[in-house]
Each structure stands twice: as C-alpha cells, then as structure tokens.
Design a protein around this ligand. Structure first.
Ligand SMILES: Nc1ncnc2c1ncn2[C@@H]1O[C@H](COP(=O)(O)OP(=O)(O)OP(=O)(O)O)[C@@H](O)[C@H]1O
Ligand SMILES: [Mg+2]
Ligand SMILES: [Zn+2]
Length: 331
C-alpha cells in the first residue's frame, strides 16, 4: 500500500529514535557493568583490538593463516573470560550486545532492500492513528456507559428502554471482546442522544487494543477527506484514506446521513460500504435516519444489501445529552 511522504518520514523518524535508544541503553548498561567489573571493560577493548589486528594481518600478507589462527584463539579466551564474569553476575551471555526492538532488521526498516514487516506495521498504525486523531476515543468507554439513564417504567417489555438497552450494551461488550476479522456488521439506529456514538467509540477502543486496524469517523469527515484527496491533487496522497476505509479490519461510520449530500458523497459512501460487504469486512454504521430516508439517499439496492448483512440494533430512550445537561444545571 502507498502512504504519503509525511507518514514515511514519521516512521523513519521513529525507527531512527529506536536505534538511538538501543545505543543509549547499551551505553548505560555498559557504564554500570564496567563500574562493577572493570576487567570486563579491558576485555572488550582487547577484543576490538584483536579485530583490528586481524584485518592488519590480512593486509600485510605474510603467514596470514597462522596469524589469524592465533588471534582467533586469543579472541576465544577473552570471550570465555567475559562470559564467566557475566555468569558470576547472573546475567545472560548477550547482555553486552545491542538490543533492537526488531531483531530482523535491527530497526533499520529494511532487510536487503526489502521493507521489513515491522516497518509495514508501523506505517499502517501511523496512518490509522492519523485518521483517528480527531475522535474522542478516551471519553466513551463501556465503563462510563450507564444503564440508569434508560427508563424502566414500560409495561411492554419489548419497548422498555432499560431492557432493550441492557441487551444492546451486553451485546456490544461481547462483540468487542470477541471481535474477529469477519465479525458481523452492525447497524445502530435510533433518535439523537441515545448512546450510539458512545457505544461505537467504546467498541473502537477495545478492538484497537486487541491490535486490529480500526477506523472511526463521522460520514461527513470521511467524505471530506476523500473529497480533498480526490480534488486537491495531493499527489502521493491520492485516494489514500479511501483505501484505508475500505481495507481496515473494522470501519465505524458514525452519523450516516448527516454528511453534505452530493453525487460525490453518495458514490463515495456507496463504494466503501459495498466494497466492504463484498469482502466480508465488519462495518458499524450509526444513523438517526429511518430506513426509508436511507433508501432515498443511498439507493434501495445498497440499503437492502446493508440490512441483509447487518445486525440491526434499535436504540430506545430519551435524549441523554439533555438529561446530562439538566444534571449539570441542577448541581
Ligand atoms: N448510557 C449512557 N451512559 C452515559 N453517558 C451516555 C450514555 N449514552 C449516551 N451518553 C452520553 O450522552 C451524550 C450523547 O450520546 P451519543 O453521542 O452517544 O448519542 P448518539 O445516539 O450518538 O446521538 P446522535 O444521534 O445525535 O449522534 C454523549 O456525551 C454520551 O457520552
Ligand atoms: Mg452520534
Ligand atoms: Zn524490522
């Protein structure tokens, strides 16, 4: 996948910092260790000298083989002595070696000119982080979702907000907890202020923590991003967000139907939802439009496919935004 230059630069920076940290850490470890075992420092110096002597021997000609053999032997004796010191200090044999966070590429990001999987991972994470930066992920969790806001006084169990929302809450917790790449898609419907965004964000945080690639955004912000990339000719950035919206493990489209409608927005949203249905990818959509309004905006065909592929959860209750405001005023 192609990423923008900024994302590459950020990742290269992070890799550079990792290498520097690894060096710093080793330097610090050595300082402490040498203070305790001054002999170890001498051995390390001698070891680097034998390496220089070995290359000199090669360059000088003469009886190179015998010379090298002698140096090898010296090297072995020194190393053994060092290992004994490490052992006496109950430290592992490789204690004085540099520790990279990726052993494969030594935090260079590349092995033999090919990109290492650690760098691919970092690029992906970096771009998802950028896409999620605008959302208040920390504010809405399962733990600060309270069922007390939903009325229990309903004669009809099916329409009891408290009963319905308890079911929805438990379902969402389990959904986040059990999330897999082909988990079903969900459709949250219901009036304003009932907790649709709150529960979507709670799911997003938990699924992100499980290591999945999650993108959360309002349909308006997604459309704006795609529009910018399409029409402002970002060059390398071309269509980057759209690809992520289509390819991430879980896409959460909040407030579907509130975006500024245009032929571009309808086609863009259609393309994302349809592509994800075809690839069996999980999408959570929330909306306070009715099914009829959705059909009017995005074509009957897409909405019927969407409903056929989604588990629909209909939120009930009274506007919690208002209730919270009243609580604040009455404090
Ligand atoms: N059960 C709940 N417990 C605690 N806070 C809640 C609960 N439900 C909603 N809230 C809070 O109330 C406010 C409105 O909720 P939210 O944004 O989730 O509503 P919504 O259903 O997405 O509304 P809209 O359709 O307008 O987008 C938020 O600040 C949210 O954190
Ligand atoms: Mg909302
Ligand atoms: Zn690597």
């Amino acid at each position: 996948m192609a990423y923008s230059r900024e994302i590459y630069e950020e990742v290269q920076n992070k890799l550079y910092k990792k290498r520097m940290n690894a060096l710093e850490e080793l330097k610090f470890k050595k300082e402490v260790f040498y203070k305790r075992f001054p002999r170890a420092e001498k051995i390390e110096k001698e070891l680097s000298l034998t390496a220089i002597e070995a290359s000199k021997a090669v360059l000088s000609g003469g009886d190179t083989a015998a010379e090298i053999e002698k140096l090898k032997e010296k090297n072995k004796v020194l190393k053994n002595e060092l290992f004994e010191i490490l052992k006496s200090a109950k430290l592992p044999e490789d204690y004085l070696e540099i520790k990279y966070s990726c052993e494969k590429c030594h935090d260079e990001g590349f092995i033999d000119g090919k990109m290492c999987c650690c760098m691919k991972d970092m690029l992906k994470k970096e771009s998802y982080n950028r896409l999620n930066k605008m959302s208040p992920l920390e504010l809405s969790s399962f733990d600060n979702f309270s069922l007390d806001y939903y009325s229990k006084n309903f004669p009809d169990d099916k329409r009891s907000p408290y009963k319905r929302m308890s079911l929805i809450y438990n379902f969402c917790r389990k959904y986040a907890n059990d999330f897999k790449k082909n988990s079903p898609s969900l459709l949250f419907t219901g009036r304003t202020g009932l907790g649709k965004t709150h529960l979507s964000l709670a799911i997003a945080s938990e699924v992100i923590n499980k290591g999945f690639a999650v993108i959360y955004g309002s349909s308006q912000s997604m459309v704006s991003k795609m529009e910018k990339e399409r029409f402002q000719h970002y060059g390398e950035n071309d269509g980057e967000s759209e690809k992520h919206f289509i390819n991430c493990d879980l896409l959460i489209i909040d407030d579907l139907g509130t975006e500024f409608m245009s032929s571009f927005s309808v086609a863009a949203i259609y393309n994302i939802i349809n592509s994800r249905i075809m690839m069996n990818k999980s999408t959570i959509i929330s909306t306070n439009l009715t099914m009829r309004e959705l059909e009017k905006n995005y074509t009957e065909r897409l909405i019927s496919r969407m409903i056929g592929n989604n588990i629909r959860l209909e939120f009930l209750g009274e506007d919690i935004r208002q209730k919270k405001l009243k609580e604040l005023v009455n404090k």
